[in-house]
Design a protein around this ligand. Structure first.
Ligand code: GTP
Ligand code: MG
Length: 688
């Protein structure tokens, strides 16, 4: 690929609800511009963008692909994101580095949850937007209806820049409201607007010109004077308007059938801002804040927005240059890690391929292979400058599963593989839960987890079983109790003897205290260590429900020893058993983690959500409704929230979201605690 300088680069993210046709639009654009010689299909797993086996298996995009398209001397870096909710992390990371968003809408479905997510993210990242009503060839396609439904769901102003030339099976092409011409099929053939569309086109053009005039004061003045703008002025105005106002120009296409490709590409070229037109980017250095402009002569600052780990291909690091240039065969400084990285060759990504180039200019997106310490969110810069660019805020993964390695060899590579998988994906995380001895994997939903597990299997040969995650309950006691236990084994050989009397009592503020309160030396001091060890071991495993013991004081009050048979192990066992008996007698209870939960949903779902929260033992602490969106704050036990991700999605048609963080531990209601304890005792019996 030839070299493109900053002014000739456009970074455009494609975002929408799943299935709106992003990947197929890109596929057809690639073919139309001569980048490929054949058009792949989703169903056959042959598109350039969806190259991963898992994407083929599922027939949807799972990862963002970078597809540069050369058109009219510009390089359009198209970032094809997945629309399926679980993979929203990919959308967030792509939006972080894009200068413009192409929001796609299915002409039959109209506004969908994924449309809202795409629009919300574009607004959050403050990138100008262009919309396409796509799949206009579909049975039941309805441009006006789709447009109206999206308009209902957003404060942005949707202004058609094109109209469909026919609909459904009769969709022939696109009527362009700037040139006031009709583009047939892919758009290479341009004709006059057919008579029956003329009136509609004139009317729509007026609205478009008005919106364009808002882009610049000079244009607005001219529009007031003449009542019109030239096509050049209209494009110039729209180009500005999408950057400074809340206008979204709306295009029309049938990407999968290559209808409307030329007018769409033309619109992208005229409307999408160059990197130089975007506001300066803020970075931090040890000297303070710096403002970066996409300028080759500026200090190097390249933000790493994506990493892929593959044991065969090696690690691929995707970056966007915000200032300076990235050159092959050079050294850069990873300011986050404080280490130097050697770049062999910088590359231009094209789906799964990478083409080495000597240099990538400011504003461009590229990859580099086999960096050693760099991970997503890092900044590559020079040691002198040490610039750091902030990563975006990713949604918290709240869907949890427990996993266990299938074999010994899987166990050996478990933590390393999980760490690598989580490095690739900022919405995936893992941790060991000491209270339940489980390895937990957190993701955005069941599909996300499923993909991660399959990747672990296929890429890293790590085989894992899925388990139900356990709630990290705690065992506490509520009153004082005492017990004596004698451990005695004196038949044949060397014997064992130890007797311990101890007292347990609830304490606050501290997890555990242990004191030697034996009078008159009934047992010698050096058996205290083993007794404490015995107690501590049971505390880890729990006594009544299999969960760790907390907030317990232990006082050893008496005991007996034998001049020959007493040894540390005997006292360890006696201490352990005495503790268990006393604990059971001290009215044990369970404590559970209580989460601070915030649920956000459309107002219409409020009643259902509140009703449902009630069944989850929630304590609602406040609610609020603003412009059709409601928010509920509540304290809810974690045990009731284990599958909330999926349940909330189904209650709200995917429009509900929630956040959740640990707040405190609280008492489990007696009946429920009884059930958990009984289940554990049954399990222990079965193990015997
Ligand atoms: N009728 C019609 N079908 C289309 C068109 N474009 C794509 N499709 C089909 O719609 C389905 C989804 O297309 P994709 O391109 O994978 O949609 P996407 O937006 O990339 O979906 P995600 O990757 O899940 O976000 C596939 O079966 C396509 O063949 C179109 O213009 N018209
Ligand atoms: Mg796709």
């Amino acid at each position: 690929m030839k070299e493109f300088s900053t002014a000739n680069i456009r970074n455009i993210v494609l975002a929408s609800h799943s299935n709106s046709g992003k990947t197929m639009l890109v596929e057809n654009i690639l073919n139309f511009t001569g980048a490929t010689t054949r058009i792949g299909k989703i169903e056959d797993g042959t598109t350039v963008s969806d190259f991963d086996d898992e994407e083929h298996r599922r027939g949807i995009s799972l990862f963002t692909s970078v597809l540069p398209v050369v058109y009219k001397d510009l390089k359009l870096n198209l970032l094809d994101t997945p629309g399926y909710t679980d993979f929203v992390g990919e959308v967030v990371s792509a939006m972080r580095v894009a200068d413009c968003a192409l929001i796609m809408v299915d002409s039959v479905a109209g506004l969908e949850v994924g449309t809202e997510v795409a629009l919300d993210n574009a607004v959050k990242f403050q990138i100008p937007q262009i919309m396409v009503i796509n799949k206009m060839d579909r049975e039941n396609a309805n441009f006006r209806k789709a447009l109206a439904s999206v308009q209902e769901g957003t404060d942005m102003r949707l202004i058609p820049m094109q109209l469909p030339w026919g609909e459904k099976a009769d969709f022939k092409g696109v009527i362009d409201l700037v040139s006031m011409k009709a583009y047939k099929g892919d758009g290479k053939t341009v004709v006059d607007i057919p008579d029956e569309f003329k009136a509609e086109a004139e009317e729509a053009r007026t609205a478009l010109i008005e919106a364009a005039a808002e882009g610049e004061d000079a244009l607005l003045e001219k529009y007031f004077e003449n009542g019109d703008l030239t096509p050049e002025e209209t494009l110039k105005g729209l180009h500005k308007a999408i950057q400074v106002s809340n206008v979204i120009p709306v295009l029309v296409a049938s990407g999968g059938h290559a209808i409307g490709i030329v007018p769409l590409l033309d619109a992208l070229v005229s409307l999408a801002p160059a990197p130089t037109e975007r506001p300066a980017v803020k970075g931090t250095t040890h000297k303070g804040e710096v403002e970066l402009r996409p300028d080759d002569s500026g200090p190097l600052a390249a933000y790493v927005w994506k990493t892929t780990a593959d044991p065969f291909v090696g690690r691929q690091t995707f970056f966007r240059v915000y200032s300076g240039v990235m050159s092959s065969d050079s050294r850069v400084w990873n300011a986050n890690k404080g280490e130097e990285e050697r770049l062999a060759s910088v590359q231009v990504p094209f789906g799964k391929e990478n083409q080495p180039v000597p240099v990538l200019h400011s504003g461009d997106i590229g990859t580099v292979a086999k960096l050693s310490v760099t991970t997503t969110g890092d900044t590559l810069t020079t040691k002198e400058q040490g610039i750091v660019l902030a990563p975006p805020v990713f949604p918290h993964p709240l869907y949890r599963v427990a996993i266990s390695p299938k074999t010994q060899s899987d166990a050996a590579k478990l933590s390393q593989t999980l760490t690598r998988l989580c490095e690739e994906d900022m919405t995936l995380s893992w941790q060991m839960e000491p209270a339940t001895h489980q390895t937990l994997l957190f993701g955005m939903g069941d599909q996300h987890i499923d993909v991660a597990i399959r990747r672990a299997e296929q890429k890293f040969q790590l085989n894992i079983n899925l388990l139900e995650p356990k709630v990290p309950y705690e065992e506490h006691i509520t009153r004082e109790a005492s017990a004596t236990y004698r451990h005695k084994k004196q038949t044949g050989g060397s014997g064992q003897f130890g007797e311990v009397s101890l007292k347990v009592f609830p304490i606050e503020g501290e997890d555990f205290t242990f004191s030697n309160d034996v009078f008159g030396g009934a047992i010698s001091n050096n058996y205290m260590g083993p007794i404490e060890k015995g107690v501590r071991n049971v505390m880890k495993e729990g006594v009544v429900a299999g969960y760790p013991v907390h907030n317990v004081g232990v006082s050893v009050v008496d005991g007996k020893e034998h001049p020959v048979d007493s040894k540390p192990i005997a006292f360890e066992i006696a201490g352990r058993e005495a503790f268990k008996i006393a604990f059971k007698d001290a009215n044990p209870v369970l404590y559970e983690p209580i989460m601070r939960v915030v649920v956000m949903m459309p107002e219409a779902n409020m009643g259902d959500i509140m009703g449902d929260l009630n069944t989850r033992r929630a304590r609602v602490q406040g609610m609020d409704t603003e412009r059709g969106r409601s928010t509920v704050n509540a304290m809810v036990p974690l045990s009731e929230m284990m599958r909330y991700t999926t349940q909330l999605r189904s209650m709200t048609g995917g429009r509900g979201h929630f956040t959740m963080e640990f707040d405190h531990y609280d008492l489990v209601p007696t009946q429920l605690a009884r059930e958990i304890m009984d289940a554990r005792q049954k399990e222990l019996k079965e193990e015997e």
